[in-house]
Design a protein around this ligand. Sequence first.
Ligand code: NIG
Ligand code: FE
Length: 411
Amino acid sequence: MEKILIKNIKNLGGILEDVQGPLRGQDFGSFQMISDAFLAIEDGRIAAYGSMSDLAGIVDWNDLKVIDAEGKSVMPAFCDSHTHIVFAATREEEFVDRIKGLTYEEIGKKGGGILNSARKLSKMSEDELFESAYRRLELVRSLGTGAIEIKSGYGLSVDAELKMLRVIKRLKEASKMTIKSTFLGAHAFPEEYKENKEAYVDLIINEMLPQIVSEGLADYIDVFCERNYFTADQLERILKAGVAAGLKPKIHVNQFSVMGGVKIGVDNGAVSVDHLEELSDDDIQALKESSTIATALPSCSFFLNIPFSPVKKMVENNIAVALASDYNPGSTPSGNLQFVASLACIKMRLTPHEALNAITINGACAMELENELGSITLGKKANIILTKEIPTLNYIPYSFGENCVEETLIF
Ligand code: NIG
Ligand code: FE
């Protein structure tokens, strides 16, 4: 039985006993901490924690590996509930096009964007995709991430979607990180279906979905509901088929336009509805009476120069809010959740405590991992961040652009 004691922790943050789903309303801003603390880990789980003054008697010192944190802090590892880290190539050429004045939507319309990534991915082997995605996992781990959701959606054919999802399955096996997998065949219409979009929806429902489910390759189903992409009706058809096949929805909605997708997601039991840069009163109404989590992606807003999701308003309406990176080659070439927290504070006016909750416990809830991860809770997996020597945990969002993480421990 492996036993680890971390002692002299400057601030142990994110303590939460009695987890009852995502933090919302008043509770969203409560981030419990103990200063001058210890944390004991047994077999990869949190066995005890408390104040250094209470350490004697609690911990059995036999065969114990001791880490002296001296001036460093500890908090739960980040839970990134929305990413697209399996991809073939980065897209700097589109970055330049946008600087010169084209919008993300215009680039998509002329065959760039998601279709550009799909063309590149079709030529890449499963092994190469695996290697590059594994390197991205290591990169985000060095920035504090301990659990992650990964989507398909750059395949857009039966073979290539299966290839992506098999890569995600291999990542689950190879990495200690907890990984959830999402089928996003409905990410864009392939060129050859431009004139017959319903046929592509049929392909998703009748060909892709059954194979994916029979191989156990996905935990969730996703659709990009947006003008020029999938309509509200297509969203509904695909979600119903996914749910009937046993997959819960986690969907892309309201990035550029309000199309009714939020309510369709909620009505179909979506675990989360993501993006929400645009939000109507009806959307707020639908979310407010539901257990669906609203996931905002501030680094996507930052990179595309589009509005930031009005999360403050959602919090005031008692809606559960999570934050995620959206790490992908087109709209967010970064998986840095410390920067996401900075943007949430600076651009969305969340407090540092709210931002930290949104990338830990609420992110865990957005992947249905709240019983295992996302907080310092007795019995939970001890996936934690050991920070560098920083004055407070609020310093993480405050010192934007800095990597405050010394090590992410994952069990
Ligand atoms: O969440 N908006 C849709 N999908 C991704 C971007 C995909 C891409 O541009 O490659 C997103 O932003
Ligand atoms: Fe996304």
